[in-house]
Design a protein around this ligand. Structure first.
Ligand SMILES: *Cc1c(COP(=O)(O)O)cnc(C)c1O
Length: 366
């Protein structure tokens, strides 16, 4: 007899994050993890100090002060919010833990966020991976193909909107059509980690659908536009019965007081969020145009990163990655996402963006 985990767990490829250093290169800019070039709000940093006085005490278990701050900013019912002190990743995982049984099917797109597959396999459920539609400037979720993949075993469908690492987004109408085609006992999980960056008028982060239907959840994070990836705060907006389920299985004190206070200050600082979105909109356009001018394919992105394609022999993603690394810029290899010919670049500061573009120009000209 041997000690064995649940079926599926040993099929999981452990998640590997973006690199943070290059051997032998002293000064590097990390554009590999979609972190904010503006960092956290000054108000969030100030709130960090407040938490110091209470480190010996357990936090309020439901993260009430954080949920109420989020609810006030977005006009939501705080009873329909669950917070997480281990990022939105933990919420995506808890939803799978709560709703999946062995043999259940979970639908997501071929180049979806890796956490969906991990959470599915960890519950002995079956990933049903649906190819996207690819054009010469985008890799987009195929709503019809996703709906065609639904079977009586389907229990969940994960979709990041916008998606990481493709950067593409699904318009409001298309998301509504996807939802309308799902049976009522399939949970639609809309991962809106990058929603604050989207400028398109035909986009909705998922709130409208989650408000109106019993089988829709929207997850959000403080890791991206709020510049707090290191503090690991996430939240979800869900129907009351789903919140009730997750509240039964989450850690009883899953959001530290420090996380609650800093998160509440960050969400209230809507000026900081707007500044970060404006910075991104400007430099996303510039980076996209400048890299396209080198001859490389860059997909349209609605998020805070771009997906760059390196299809040519001699100008491979691996060669570009090595060249940029020596020049002090770390991008994200996305072979683990099934995109071995691509690199993902986070929109950085002006200095970082200019250096990355200059290096890519040099790489292509060499
Ligand atoms: C970065 C990211 C998240 C956020 O994860 P956290 O655990 O909240 O840091 C969620 N979904 C996608 C698609 C992401 O890229």
């Amino acid at each position: 007899m041997t000690l064995a985990p649940k079926p599926g767990i040993l099929d999981i490829a452990p998640y590997v994050g973006g690199r943070a250093s290059v051997p032998g290169v002293a000064r590097v800019f990390k554009l590999s993890s979609n972190e904010s070039p503006l960092g956290p709000s000054p108000a969030a940093l100030a709130a960090l100090d407040e938490a110091k006085a209470s480190l010996s005490l357990y936090p309020e278990g439901s993260a009430r002060l954080l949920r109420e701050a989020i609810a006030a900013v977005f006009g939501l019912d705080p009873a329909r919010i669950v917070a997480s002190g281990d990022g939105s990743d933990a919420l995506l995982t808890m939803l799978a833990n709560a709703y999946l049984q062995p043999g259940d099917e979970v639908i997501f797109s071929a180049h979806a966020f890796l956490v969906y597959k991990i959470a599915t396999l960890a519950n002995s459920a079956r990933p049903v991976i649906v190819p996207e539609k690819t054009t010469n400037q985008a890799i987009k979720v195929d709503v019809d193909a996703m709906l065609a993949a639904v079977t009586p075993r389907t229990r969940m469908l994960y979709i990041a909107n916008p998606n990481n690492p493709t950067g593409s987004y699904l318009p409001r109408d298309e998301m509504a059509r996807l939802h309308a085609g799902l049976p009522a006992d399939v949970l639609l999980v809309i991962d809106a980690a990058y929603c604050e960056y989207v400028t398109a008028g035909d986009y909705d982060c998922g709130l409208a659908l989650a408000r109106a239907h019993d089988n829709v959840v929207m997850t959000r994070t403080f890791s991206k536009i709020h510049g707090l990836a290191g503090l690991r705060i996430g939240w979800m907006y869900a129907p009351v019965p789903v919140c009730d389920v997750i509240n039964r299985i989450r850690g009883p004190f899953n959001t530290a007081l420090m996380q609650q206070l800093v998160g509440a200050a960050a969400i209230r600082d809507t000026d900081h969020v707007r500044r970060a979105a404006e910075h991104n909109a400007h430099w996303l356009r510039w980076v996209t145009d400048e890299i396209r001018a080198t001859g490389l394919r860059v997909d349209d992105s609605a998020a805070n990163f771009v997906l760059i394609h390196f299809p040519q022999a001699g100008k491979t993603a691996a060669a570009a990655d090595a060249f940029l690394g020596q020049g002090g810029i770390i991008l994200r290899g996305v072979a683990s996402y099934g995109l071995p010919d691509c690199l993902r670049m986070t929109i950085g500061t002006e200095e970082q963006n200019r250096l990355a573009v200059a290096l890519l120009r040099k790489f292509m000209a060499a």
